[in-house]
Design a protein around this ligand. Sequence first.
Ligand SMILES: Cc1cc2nc3c(=O)[nH]c(=O)nc-3n(C[C@H](O)[C@H](O)[C@H](O)COP(=O)(O)OP(=O)(O)OC[C@H]3O[C@@H](n4cnc5c(N)ncnc54)[C@H](O)[C@@H]3O)c2cc1C
Length: 566
Amino acid sequence: MLQLDVAIIGAGGAGLYAALSAIKKNPSLRVGVITKVFPTRSHTGAAQGGVNAALSNVAEDSPEKHTYDTIKGSDFLADQDAVELMCHIAPKIIREMEHMGLPFSRLENGKIAQRPFGGASFPRTCYAADKTGHVMLQTLYEQCIRRNVKFFNEWFVTALVHDEQKVCGLIAIDMKSGKIEVIRAKAVILATGGHARIYWRRTSNALGCTGDGTAIALKAGVPLKDMEFVQFHPTGLRRTGILVTEGARGEGGYLINKDGERFMKRYAPEKMELAPRDLVSRAIETEIAEGRGFRDNEGNEFVYLDLRHLGKKKIMERLPQIRELAIDFEGIDPIEEPIPIRPTAHYCMGGVDTDIDGKTIIDGLFAAGECACVSVHGANRLGGNSLLDIVVFGKITGELASEYATSSQLSEFPISALKDERQKIESLFEKDGKEKLADLRNKLSDILTYGAGIFREEGRLKEALDKVKEIKERAQHLKVEDLSYTFNTNLQQTLEFLNMVELAEVTVMTALERRESRGAHYRVDYPKRDDKNFLKHSIVTLENGEYKLSYKPVNITKYKPEERKY
Ligand SMILES: Cc1cc2nc3c(=O)[nH]c(=O)nc-3n(C[C@H](O)[C@H](O)[C@H](O)COP(=O)(O)OP(=O)(O)OC[C@H]3O[C@@H](n4cnc5c(N)ncnc54)[C@H](O)[C@@H]3O)c2cc1C
């Protein structure tokens, strides 16, 4: 069996920052990162627009204002102590990354450039053109290599193992050999990213954003929090759902309906296109539903994001990747034509329940990044706050896991866990194959988009829950047809789907029970926020094979919940 002091599952921004912080804290520890894709291909690399910090480089700003904007953006569901912590560390961590060599875009005076983003009172988003996540990942990976962090690339983790009290390690498939391996560890950090791929057919997320870490935590008895909250980003490309960064509106882009009108004036007269994402997404869908959208020959409905007035120089300098994506996937050059867009499933506010330090209920088990719910985003995340979340809580969990591993012993690894897991994986080759993976995946996506999408309602949610359970049943027939040991992607995708279907069920179940509208969770039958009954986090735990729903209070420090207006 392999042994590590700190095992980090995931090599996105959260995992790499955690690894770096763990090894910096105690260089004598064996720190390893296990990742199903090569580190620099992690989904963080797709992040475009930037990372928030109140640096005051463009306008007078402060961590307090950042905190308030984030809490208001969250529709008052975020834990206020955690938001305060994140926003106050933000300037320091941006400088830390700058000193590592992260090439931020600059102002004329040489300071880090900052652009306006949705729901923010000031230009607060630091960026590297529209490739911020890409350069962040490259910088952090380079630093990890420099410090001798060990990497297990293209290893697919299938299970977490603990003894009810303490973490013991994990089980993974080495995709290159097909071997099922155990890694014992004193501390484990889950940093496996989000699960918006459950909306398979229309999402901005990479194929790998299947929520494996969240699902294996759930199956290991670790509670999940606020799973009903899924963010739909307003501007996905018409056909594919590929993201057009909020930075495009931050730079001054307009949203236009078929009457040539900047329709956001009806929904957020002050902030207009820079209102928070939940509001803008609902506005776009309302325009389309009320007949003010466009419809093309293929039946796609959309509105326009118009960047033409920004001019060629600004588009080429600040939004070069967006231009490339629009040309490649829509055949449209935004310098000359407006971009057809529609909302796309983008980000999961919910995830593994942790405290403000990223600790879970199991000793030595931490979670950070999009797979975790600390919670700093509440019911709606502000743009630029995820890249901040992943580095802040990557750093915090890395340091704490390092301290924990320094002062603890490896726990006994129950060998029966390996036997059970092996049997479970091997049984997938022996199923009857009555169902096809691609069919079920599309079906699940359609059920969720209709039943638990941007607008939700009791009847549709109930129907969605029944149908998701049916898909779960049918998934028992999925057979892995490919018998090879080397890079068996058929096996990997089947395991990913089995994870997604669990998370889909929990998402619908919690959405059904939250009979109010808050942030990204909008119930047409309960259109108002209901603080009296629902100012609380939902918690789901797997008990005796069934999901149990409970609630826990939101930590409120000094920001009294108020009506959210923009
Ligand atoms: C297109 C796009 C643009 C975005 N732009 C911005 C932005 O400008 N600003 C912002 O703040 N946020 C942005 N976001 C959100 C932000 O990028 C993500 O929330 C964030 O990068 C997630 O980082 P992470 O480290 O938690 O996970 P990820 O970067 O997704 O990394 C997950 C890691 O887990 C590993 N993993 C997963 N499952 C397994 C398994 N079973 N076994 C082993 N390894 C596993 C993967 O290999 C990967 O290394 C954007 C999101 C998208 C989709």
